[in-house]
Design a protein around this ligand. Sequence first.
Ligand SMILES: Cc1cc2nc3c(=O)[nH]c(=O)nc-3n(C[C@H](O)[C@H](O)[C@H](O)COP(=O)(O)OP(=O)(O)OC[C@H]3O[C@@H](n4cnc5c(N)ncnc54)[C@H](O)[C@@H]3O)c2cc1C
Length: 498
Amino acid sequence: MTDTVPATLAADPTSGRPPACDIAVVGGGAAGLHVALEAADAGGRVTVVSRTPLTGSASFRAQGGLAAAIGPGDTVDKHAADTLEAGRGLCEPAVVEVLVREAPAAVENLMKRGVEFDLEPDGELALGLEGGHSERRIVHAGGAETGRAITSRLAELVAAHPGIDVLEGASAQALWTSGGTCVGVITDRGPLRAGGTVLATGGGAALWRRTTNPRGAIGAGSVLAAAAGAELADLELCQFHPTALALPGSDLDGWLITEAVRGEGALLLDAAGERFTDELSPRDAVAAAILDRMAADGAPFVSLDLRPVPLERFPTITRTLASVGLDPAAGPVPVAPASHYLIGGVRTDLHCRSSVPGLLAVGEAACTGLHGANRLASNSLSECFVFGSRAAVAALEGDTGGQDPFPPGEDGWRFTGPTTATREAVWELAGPLRDAATLRRLLEDPYPLARLIATSALKREESRGVHRRSDFPATETSLDLHHVVIDGTGEPRLERWA
Ligand SMILES: Cc1cc2nc3c(=O)[nH]c(=O)nc-3n(C[C@H](O)[C@H](O)[C@H](O)COP(=O)(O)OP(=O)(O)OC[C@H]3O[C@@H](n4cnc5c(N)ncnc54)[C@H](O)[C@@H]3O)c2cc1C
């Protein structure tokens, strides 16, 4: 993407008011790019505010692909059943229904936009298998370069679209609210009025020191939304990916080795070289089995044996491992869980609307209840596109006409990112296995989202899916379908959603 608006946002020359657009999209990952294209194609004037270049998004890193029930013998009902099963009694069924029904059309839409997915020799889409899926339904590109292929193509289209301005390298510092309604966004280049403001700022998994995510995945959307009074939900639910490369001290420590290799036969081995779990179970189960085995072995990692895998189909993995002197064809590589996906975020409805009028959220920034207590692999990219289309429609219903002419002054609240000490603390105190004593120590952290994560994790007094409490090891069936919601006051409550 290239800048198509000036470095500082200019005020309207006649009214002196800050510039306006129909939709301000904050974030230039898969969700943000898709919302921008859908809204601009529908005639909206869109401005995308994106802090990092494309390569800095989690979307760019996505390896496995996106899930859609399009293979022979597959059905939307099977996709829904797998999602619900993985979600451990916490998925919002109506949201799951939307995802599985609309995912096939989302794949088609991307192909129409020129995304080239991998094909079988007969020209049909090649479909991968991943943990928790009962059928082959993962659409991918370039082997394990799906995120790069999709986002690069969408970014080209966004840059060329006459209805979209891109403010690259610009950061949202606060939401602009008036009378309880969001009327735009304050960026470090000036204020921008918008009929609808869409947070597509990605997740917060990089708040945990050991992570598969880019450093910028710090949950900025949740922090901005909370400061504007919006409800957040499920912040205690962070998914730890089972197989991130374990190379402490190396830049590649935490580098994700896609689940798809386990779908193609890769094996998990303990210190004695023995298998110890079903490699194709849902992520929470595999991650827990690895952590338990690491503890039993007194080892900082387990091994992933990639020799059964047709490695020529995963050139990125072979190339990346070679760069740190590892040869997957010669022997197993060390892996351990790392934080991967923050299930919680800005609470939204089926149309991506938050509890603050005029403010929407989509992609990993949002929490619809889709993933329950454990995200099914490759449902999140599908979510970006399925709900991105819905967000574009809902955001266009906003109105740029009647808002306050001038934004709040410089002395208002502004976003400040987390320190390295916060990332250490979140990993140590709210890691894959928590308890009340450690979580309470996080309540004093200077970064608001760290405190909100601890508050939510304390409120859920059970273990479920990705949330494991050593002091509450059992799952409480009375908490099925109950979500931890935090409102503008910062107080948590348990709320039944279905
Ligand atoms: C290594 C890896 C592999 C993955 N593989 C898969 C997979 O195979 N399948 C799958 O479904 N999911 C996968 N995921 C998860 C998936 O990639 C993400 O959930 C999804 O891409 C999130 O997209 P997004 O658009 O919501 O956020 P992102 O892609 O993270 O984009 C967020 C954007 O917001 C910008 N931003 C943030 N804060 C601000 C601010 N204050 N102001 C302006 N801009 C801001 C960022 O710079 C970035 O451009 C993977 C994740 C990782 C890390």
